[in-house]
Write a protein that binds this ligand. Structure first.
Ligand code: ATP
Ligand code: MG
Length: 316
């Protein structure tokens, strides 16, 4: 079986800015694949290159065997993109935008009408059907953008931040709809900076940072890449220093440690047994422990483990 998307050493510059840096990835047929990374990581640039909107500076991308640079028309026939920024004429009505989109995708008659109505109902758009695009709130504009791909059902559906600005109920409905697209035979690629979305929705996730691939695998495989099963987070009363952190790491045999200001994160086995020892050791160095938390690793921890920065807001 030929892979859905093969990205080989993709590099993209905007002037002097290197937005994507030698990125290689394989997206399998009928997979829900996530591109997870913070703002500016290069997700949209990668997606737009796959979709033939942008040209690679170097490297190649194959979509079901078609080269995006040499056979863009073939690629455009099987791919659909739901853009990060909703795209529509401001003076068009919601129902017109979606009906036109369905028609442009080759739907007609009852099938067109039926599918547009079904998707609009599902995304809570039907009651806004006669509103002008510019009259919609940000979240509803985004729903219109997502609805386009749900109507189109392309062989490869690419969603750039499908649930940004969308409320919890809408988010779950969109995730369900995306899974159904896959059941219908589509391959899905999802760009997101939301680790929860990547974790619950995607079969495999590529974490990218500053245009480079950090790591790739299923959410569970990624978590298993952090040595030590537990993550212990400690907040103390003053900024930590390297010597103390190094000594602590040795004392409790942590497989690794990260610290920033007053916060320390240790990756280790049997966290619960180590916690008293950690607090004691910190005390010996005149650190007062204000907070201790232990948890299973999340994709945010995976990101932090590999990059030293947090994906989550306020998580630094
Ligand atoms: N049209 C452009 N011209 C110049 N630089 C750009 C352009 N588009 C993106 N960039 C730069 O390329 C880098 C990657 O941007 P990109 O939009 O691909 O990131 P992203 O991962 O999608 O981020 P976000 O989560 O904010 O959507 C950033 O440094 C950005 O400033
Ligand atoms: Mg983006």
């Amino acid at each position: 079986m030929v892979n859905a998307i093969e990205i080989e050493e993709l590099t993209k510059y905007y002037g002097k800015v290197k937005a994507v840096d030698s990125l290689s990835l394989t997206i399998r047929d009928r997979e829900i694949f996530g591109l997870l990374g913070p703002n500016g990581a290069g997700k949209t640039t990668t997606i737009l290159t796959i979709a033939t909107v942008l040209k690679p500076t170097s490297g190649t991308v194959f979509v079901y065997g078609y080269d995006v640079t040499k056979q863009p028309d073939k690629v455009r026939k099987i791919i659909g993109v739901s853009f990060q920024e909703p795209k529509a004429l401001h003076v068009d009505k919601v129902i017109e935008i979606l009906t036109w989109h369905g028609r442009a995708c080759g739907l007609s008659g009852q099938e067109l009408k039926g599918r547009v109505k079904e998707v609009m109902d599902r995304l809570g758009l039907w009651e806004h059907k006669d509103k002008l695009f510019m009259e919609l709130s940000g979240g509803f504009k985004k729903r219109v953008e997502v609805a386009k791909l749900l109507i189109q059902k392309p062989k490869i559906a690419i969603f750039d931040e499908p649930t940004a600005q969308i409320d919890v109920i809408g988010r779950h409905e969109i995730w369900r709809a995306i899974r159904e697209l896959r059941e219908g035979g589509s391959t899905l690629m999802i760009a997101t900076n939301n680790m929860n979305e990547a974790e619950v929705l995607c079969d495999r996730v590529a974490i990218i940072h500053k245009g480079k691939l950090v790591t790739v695998g299923s959410p569970n495989e990624l978590k298993d890449k952090i040595p030590g099963g537990d993550v212990v987070e400690i907040i103390v009363d003053k900024p930590l220093v390297k010597d103390v952190v190094d000594e602590l790491t040795l004392t409790v045999k942590a497989s690794s440690a990260r610290y920033m200001n007053n916060k320390l994160i240790l990756y280790l086995d049997k966290g619960e047994a180590a916690i008293p020892r950690i607090i004691e050791k910190l005390g010996e160095h005149n650190y007062y422990t204000r907070q201790v938390r232990m948890k299973e690793p999340t994709l945010d921890d995976v990101f932090f483990y590999f990059t030293g920065v947090r994906l989550l807001e306020g998580g630094s």
